[in-house]
Design a protein around this ligand. Structure first.
Ligand code: AMP
Length: 435
């Protein structure tokens, strides 16, 4: 199938062709006709499947047909996303694919000044892409009127719930018109997601592209057993020996990300850290430099890396295994996207053997094990409990509304029901913030 067969406007097709795409990905081929038909959609799709264009293209199409948008002051579409990075990327897709149309869009996210966003909203926009917390701030300040919303998209709904946004989401949903088209995208479908979907979606069409918790196809996975204290040296060796030039490295903690980036830099490898303690400017710059290969290694925490959209990212390294097995799937989904191949390498020390078992259980397969001569683990080293993240409120763990909503992270160990249910607005900021 080609994009030209989907019934999209010539301007949209031109923008898609400008991106170099002529064949829709499976999620696009399935979702676009459903959305164009005006139906509600429940889509199981991870980042990397092309899901963004799966809802952006038909949304643009529906709006391009309607009444002239320039006269309208109320937004017509609302996309809710878990992180500022994802909100920015989705809005960039709206801009890219809508460049030949006259629709206005704006991203709304926390951690930056509210003023410019207020001005953008007051000037009138058709499509708002927002993280829930900051959107509520704008709602409370009456900067936005949601009574004209025709299309609602919940992007990465599972992540939004993991991050404790359920109450914020419910408050926002209560302000939307009853009659609207709703699209829900999620990598996994927990009970909580299904409950949310049941209340929101009207006779939805379900589409599923990757098996739930399946590893992104085209990703080669392996792991190296190594001692905890020798991981940094091993990584330096692997990067040097294999001449890796664009590597996304995951660490469990912000501090770990900074320390590793520093160590790599000292070894002559250009590296930067990306995490929630960095300012928006620093994060944007770090991502830009990485995309343009000015830095070769980006060391990131799970939340910060969520939604990073880089075509054909060749290497992902799990410097630490994630505490939550599902995060392994999300992490390695950064590589081998939309059909290209990639490599995911994990460094596993004795403390992490249980996490590894959980991951292999989830994947329903074993990951290839390796040892690099000179880096074999010392059998006399005993396992230590994995460092628990700090639970105190640090300087950035402010609970003031409007700050850093996009960076809220989930609590560390496997999320429990209790930390899914944030008792009050802002309360989800009080959990441990280790990302
Ligand atoms: P997403 O899952 O929306 O984050 O998209 C993953 C990546 O696939 C992005 O870098 C897109 O630019 C790219 N992409 C989206 N649609 C296509 C397509 N039809 N063909 C090839 N790549 C695509």
């Amino acid at each position: 199938m080609k994009f030209t067969e989907l019934g999209l406007d010539a301007g949209i097709l031109r923008a898609v062709a400008d991106q170099g795409y002529d064949t829709p990905t499976p999620i696009q081929a399935q979702a676009i006709p459903v959305v164009l038909a005006g139906r509600d959609l429940m889509a199981a799709a991870q980042t990397g499947t092309g899901k963004t264009a799966g809802f952006v293209l038909p949304m643009l199409q529906l709006f391009s047909q309607g009444s002239a948008s320039s006269k309208r002051s109320k937004p017509r579409a609302l996309v809710l996303a878990p992180t500022r990075e994802l909100a920015i990327q989705v809005q960039e897709s709206v801009r890219t694919y809508g460049k030949h149309l006259s629709l206005r869009s704006t991203p709304i996210f926390g951690g930056v000044g509210i003023g410019p966003q207020t001005s953008a909203l007051r000037a009138g926009v058709d499509i708002v892409v927002a993280t829930p917390g900051r959107l509520l701030d704008h709602i409370n300040q009456r900067n936005i009127d949601l009574s004209g919303i025709e299309i609602l998209v919940l992007d990465e709904a599972d992540r939004m719930l993991d991050m404790g946004f359920i109450r914020d989401i419910r408050k926002i949903l209560a302000l939307l018109p009853k009659k609207k088209q709703s699209l829900l995208f999620s990598a996994t479908f927990s009970e909580e997601i299904r409950t949310l979907a049941t209340g929101l979606l009207d006779n939805p069409v379900s589409v599923e592209v990757a098996r739930r918790n399946a590893t992104a196809e085209g990703v080669t996975q392996c792991l190296y057993y190594v001692d905890r204290e020798r991981k940094r040296d091993l990584l330096v060796r692997l990067i040097g020996d294999n001449n890796w030039h664009q590597v996304l490295v995951f660490t469990r903690t912000k501090h770990g990300a900074d320390a590793l980036a520093e160590r790599l830099t000292k070894s002559g490898i250009s590296a930067a850290a990306l995490h929630g303690n960095k300012s928006q400017g620093q994060r944007t710059r770090a991502l830009d430099d990485f995309k343009r290969l000015k830095t070769n290694v980006l060391v990131a925490t799970d939340i910060a890396a969520r939604g990073i959209d880089i075509d054909e990212l060749p290497h992902v390294v799990n410097f630490d295994l994630p505490n939550v097995a599902e995060d392994y799937v999300h992490r390695i989904g950064r590589t081998g996207r939309a059909g290209s191949s990639g490599e995911a390498t994990s460094l596993v020390c004795i403390d992490e053997h249980k996490l590894l078992r959980d991951i292999e259980k989830l994947l329903k397969r074993e990951i290839e094990k390796r040892m690099l001569p000179g880096f074999e683990p010392d059998p006399s080293i005993k396992a230590e409990p994995i460092m628990k993240p700090r639970t105190s409120r640090g300087a950035r763990q402010t609970t003031s509304p409007g700050k850093a909503h996009g960076t809220t992270s989930r609590s560390a160990p496997p999320a429990t029901k209790a930390n899914h249910r944030a008792p009050s607005r802002g309360a989800h900021h009080t959990g441990s913030r280790h990302q």
